[in-house]
Design a protein around this ligand. Sequence first.
Ligand code: C2E
Ligand code: MG
Ligand code: MG
Ligand code: MG
Length: 280
Amino acid sequence: HEALSKRKPVMPYCVEFDQAQRRQLELTTGFLEALQASDQLHLVYQPRVSLRSGEVVGVEALLRWNHPKYGNVPPLDFIPLISQTTLISPLTQWVVCEAIHAIKRFEREGVPLVVSVNVTTTNLLEESFALDILDMLDEHGVSPSYLEVECLEMEELLQDPRAVETIQVFRDAGVRVALDDFGSGYSNLNYLRRIPADVIKLDRSLVSDIDNNAGSRAIVFRLIQMLQHFGFEIVAEGIEDQATVDRLRDFRCDAGQGYFFHPPLSLEAALEATRQRSSA
Ligand code: C2E
Ligand code: MG
Ligand code: MG
Ligand code: MG
């Protein structure tokens, strides 16, 4: 016993590590309650702006969690955790249901808009994922053409027939499919032609320095040209300044999103922004 108590621990106790672990655990175990409570989760909506007309052409629904202990928890702090659990299904169902209500609201207010939702790879592998969502749209009398599904890691998805099938069912029904965060990782050039999507969203890391860096500029310009040639609509993410807008407009990029136009907004504020831009 004496020898044991004198020995130093192999790994020194680290308060920060411990707290981070505990937070992750609490976020994971607290999420079911968040889904059941009516006041912890809500969506915010970031306008997508046409670079030709300046009008709002859609909004992206982004999840917010107001945790009773931790306050506002960013989605990237908990979605990767929840994606490892079966709660990712009811979560995405909830998000889509909220998005459908937003679509109806925009329509009622006379400013019909496409609403995009983010889905995970796990969602796309679920057998009835697409059909469940088509049922929800049908129940609410909403046309599938007002919903867009933003997917990640398409190149990997294409390796799995279940994901290919899900995407096919969506597109056959008229739900738009977008490839999110394009250019944030490695892509095989040959796969570009085969991406089963309507929209490609250029990642912020690709777009952010095009005004300062001639190399990035050349890449983004050629990418936009090539992807448009294949028939995709191109949306640039994370636009933070006028110079970047000007460059992208010169490159004939279709639309943009970013703090320069609007941050993610409440539904009311998104409605207001849409009205203002359509009358400008
Ligand atoms: P994303 O889909 O690529 O969304 C864009 C993220 O960039 C959002 O962060 C948005 O607030 C942020 N952003 C927008 N404009 C700018 C800008 O000009 N500059 C900078 N620096 N950032 C900008 P957010 O809301 O924190 O979401 C992060 C990620 O979490 C999303 O990336 C998406 O992958 C995921 N996510 C958010 N909501 C959901 C959801 O309901 N379901 C799923 N599965 N994932 C979600
Ligand atoms: Mg997205
Ligand atoms: Mg993105
Ligand atoms: Mg992203």
